[in-house]
Ligand binder design. Structure first.
Ligand code: SAM
Length: 247
């Protein structure tokens, strides 16, 4: 997968050199290209923002550098058509289902906004040439799109074949489509069996796989009900067995 990231803070993305994503980049599974938006500015101060039309506080990112950046990056016709992702608190909520869907795309471009955001005409103009999505990583406001992009890129990258050592873990994670739809994972434990007087639930030491699977599902249902009642309400009744309903 190719990922282009346009930002005024390329240094924000040093974490992409680390851990599993760093390894995936070095082995060629993910091709991440960082672009400094100021490269497409021509004044002495490399200005990327201006005052908002209509008045009000803050500054808005100017359309010209964005337009030129997107033109130049997408001119690589051999790479096909990219999908442009605009992280913004006003976008559709980014979910695990989006991560699964976007992991199938060959080429994504992320545009990291700053200040009060990017002039809205940039998205309209880009949409004439490529699919454009506005995505929010949660109901809060960050200073810029860099952290949101890191979140989305990490959620997508770990789904790409070859990135995670243990592929099976993906299907057991919270929100995993098909197995954990609208469910969060329950508690997990490792050795020692007793730590500071706290015991690992005995069922996990029993070796009875079916019973352990049942216990995990029970705990997932309990934790989801406790922390995410909104998800419990969305569970498909057809997917619940008698025991699920008792829990
Ligand atoms: N004025 C905007 C609003 O009220 O919706 C907030 C702009 S915010 C200070 C600057 C940039 O941070 C946004 O353009 C976006 O790129 C990014 N950002 C902030 N919060 C975000 C969130 N929850 N999800 C995705 N991106 C976010």
């Amino acid at each position: 997968m190719r990922i282009d990231i346009i930002t005024i803070f390329p240094d924000y993305f040093t974490p992409l050199d680390l851990s599993l994503i760093g390894k995936a980049r070095r082995s060629g599974l993910i091709d991440v290209r960082l672009h400094d938006l100021r490269r497409w500015t021509y004044d002495r101060h490399h200005t990327v923002d201006d005052t908002p039309y209509g008045g009000g506080p803050g500054m808005v990112m100017k359309p010209e550098p964005w337009g030129e950046a997107l033109d130049e990056i997408t001119a690589d016709a051999d790479a096909g058509t990219p999908r442009l992702i605009l992280p913004t608190p006003s976008g559709l909520p980014f979910t695990q289902q989006d991560a699964v869907r976007l992991a199938k795309e060959p080429w994504l471009i992320f545009a990291c906004g700053r200040y009060e955001g990017i002039d809205a005409r940039v998205a309209v103009d880009a949409a004439q040439r490529m699919p454009v999505e506005e995505l929010s990583i949660g109901d809060y406001v960050l200073n810029g799109g860099e952290v949101a992009t890191l979140v989305i890129v990490e959620a997508i990258s770990r789904l790409l074949p070859g990135v995670l050592g243990n592929v099976e873990s993906i299907t057991q994670d919270s929100f995993a489509p098909g197995t954990m739809d609208n469910l969060v994972e329950g508690p997990v434990y490792t050795k020692p069996p007793v730590w500071r007087g706290h015991e690992v639930p005995p069922i996990l030491l029993s070796g009875h796989h079916a019973a352990i699977d049942r216990w995990r599902r029970d705990e997932a249902l309990r934790k989801t009900a406790r922390n995410r009642p909104d998800l419990i309400r969305r569970l498909d009744p057809e997917s619940l067995d008698k025991r699920d309903r008792e829990v």
